[in-house]
Design a protein around this ligand. Structure first.
Ligand code: NDP
Ligand code: 8X3
Length: 250
């Protein structure tokens, strides 16, 4: 049986780390990327260098991304699946009080880096009739206070996914936008600048989505018969739903 290869970005934590475990358990090879090299090395130590190839770089560093791609060992060079998972939210302030540097960082990682890696891998994904799974978010569809640029980046990811599908029509390449709701990962600790108590409070009693839940979803999407494309998939915990519009009165 031919062993398939996935490149999973954001593999050091949350959805990405869980996806590495799921794909390795399912017999795939994984290229695991992220900034925290020691966490990537732990994946290699656990699964072996023949199953996991670690590439530590900042997604905003295009030269490092290209170098990591160019230096892939031959055994990992034929990529069947790109999981564009690396991303972040920074801040919860309304737009008029937000930090511009945080806005730019979210755009750089969630949008610019995602399209750069996609552009880099597209030729071989077309050649191999591969697949792309983009991790978007319900924040791209539903407005909430403080969602401003984060939600904007995820609306981009959702729409980019649909546009990719259209451009890739006839190539056999599958594209999926997975749009999770509230999930307990390091996401809120990062968003709040390290406030573990705020993160714990947000998730308390809500039974949020877990990293394993989304890893299992990515696995399912990627392993469906080749004639099926899950185009968009919105996933929320049962405890979460949309809550409508607001009205300000003088
Ligand atoms: P985590 O914070 O647990 O994981 C985020 C991952 O992104 C880490 O592996 C981190 O790696 C990586 N990352 C962030 N910035 C960079 C960068 N500059 N360069 C390289 N890698 C980077 O959060 P989640 O697992 O929850 O998030 C994964 C994706 O899911 C994100 O795109 C997020 O927007 C999305 N999402 C999350 C939801 C949630 O509620 N948790 C819901 C919907 C979508 P490192 O720090 O080592 O670089
Ligand atoms: C993360 C989900 O709704 O907290 O993308 O922004 S949300």
């Amino acid at each position: 049986m031919t062993i398939k290869t996935a490149w999973i970005t954001g593999a050091t934590s949350g959805f990405g780390a869980a996806a590495v475990e799921r794909f390795v358990a399912g017999g795939w090879q994984v290229i695991a990327s992220g900034r925290r090299a020691e966490r990537l090395q732990a994946l290699v130590d656990r699964h072996g260098a023949e199953r996991v190839h670690a590439v530590a770089f900042d997604m905003r560093d295009e030269a490092a991304m290209r170098a990591a791609h160019a230096a892939l060992p031959a055994a990992f060079a034929n990529i069947d699946l790109l999981v564009n998972n690396a991303g972040l939210a920074l801040g919860t302030a309304p737009a008029q009080q937000a930090d511009l540097a945080q806005w730019k960082q979210m755009i750089d990682v969630n949008v610019t880096a995602l399209v750069t890696l996609t552009h880099l891998l597209l030729p071989q994904l077309v050649e191999r009739r591969g697949a792309i799974v983009n991790i978007s978010s319900i924040s791209g569809s539903y407005a909430y206070r403080g969602g401003n640029v984060y939600g904007g980046t995820k609306a981009f990811v959702t729409q980019f996914s649909q546009n990719l599908r259209t451009d890739l029509h006839g190539t056999g390449v599958r594209v999926t936008s997975i749009e999770p709701g509230m999930a307990q990962t390091e996401f809120t600790v990062v968003r709040t600048g390290g406030d573990q108590a705020a993160s714990d409070k947000l998730y308390a009693g809500a039974q949020p989505i877990t990293g394993n839940d989304i890893a299992e979803t990515i696995w399912w999407v990627a392993n469906l018969p080749a004639h099926l494309d899950i185009c968009r998939l919105e996933v929320m915990p049962v405890s979460q739903s949309a809550a409508g519009l607001q009205v300000h009165r003088d």
